[in-house]
Design a protein around this ligand. Sequence first.
Ligand SMILES: Cc1cc2nc3c(=O)[nH]c(=O)nc-3n(C[C@H](O)[C@H](O)[C@H](O)COP(=O)(O)OP(=O)(O)OC[C@H]3O[C@@H](n4cnc5c(N)ncnc54)[C@H](O)[C@@H]3O)c2cc1C
Length: 293
Amino acid sequence: MRHFPSAPLARHCTYRIGGTAEIFAPETMAECLALVRSWRAQGQPFWVLGGGANTLFGDGHLPFPVLLTRALDALTIHGLVVEAQAGVWLDRLVALTVRHGLAGLERLSGIPGSVGGAIRMNAGAYGAEVSDHLLEVTVLAPDGGVVRIPKEACGFGYRSAHGLHGALILSARWLLSPQDAAILQGERRTILQRRRQAQPLEYPSAGSVFKRPPGDYASRLVDAAGLKGVRIGGAQVSEKHAGFIVNRGGASAADVLALMALCRRTVANRFGVHLELEQCLCLEHWPQEKDLP
Ligand SMILES: Cc1cc2nc3c(=O)[nH]c(=O)nc-3n(C[C@H](O)[C@H](O)[C@H](O)COP(=O)(O)OP(=O)(O)OC[C@H]3O[C@@H](n4cnc5c(N)ncnc54)[C@H](O)[C@@H]3O)c2cc1C
């Protein structure tokens, strides 16, 4: 187990923002289970960190430990079934299935982050979601048992998985279908190119800030409200894609939070639409008990 008493969180998230935290990085599943069971037995709150690609950390020192899953990175293929532990980088999984001529995950190409984070967020793009061809998710349930949850019981919705609330995701299994690897490679290349064209990948961010409101796009509303390019401190509503807030250098969590609030307030005043946050906030006064894994 690797242990960092006061690690800079900016190194562990794609916003490149954050104070410090005590980070524990188990290197085996057994270490992970023992650690989390002992925390739970003590009533110790903790935060689970995958790739940090959808998380804004606060500027101070977090008063609870962080569990970093990245070293739990076993990835296996048996016929059409692929299984990945929570710390596997999602795009590594996608690239491997594409190379093996297994269809179903290729449209998720280029989504940053871990398998655990992707399942928790039901990450998706270009009409596909990580839950589409999923068979089951293995979790450490709140009662301490390791349980296999079939897809139907995970409660997947748009960027949500209500049935997994409070559970630590350990691994997931998908059933894919055979397809010509060259065709899948072509689709992957196209998706990666579309992402490069549409998204401000040249600056640190954590993807879309807000969820899509019914029948509309958050980026369209933020743009129409005149907020594209607006800056608070080092944080800016991306000039390329108004759905993203980017770190133009030296942004603090306070800058990003102020900009999120400005976008929300302005869009609500102008269009009467409430923008719901897609990104996760891990601030000094979080997590609250109801949000614990
Ligand atoms: C440039 C860019 C583009 C993006 N494009 C997309 C996109 O196209 N589609 C999309 O859906 N998202 C997109 N995102 C957001 C992000 O990539 C996804 O949400 C991703 O799935 C987050 O994974 P993660 O491991 O980084 O999650 P983290 O940020 O580490 O965690 C996210 C949440 O999941 C929880 N969590 C993480 N691991 C576990 C676990 N093992 N068990 C229980 N809970 C866990 C965390 O506690 C947190 O609440 C983008 C982000 C960036 C930076």
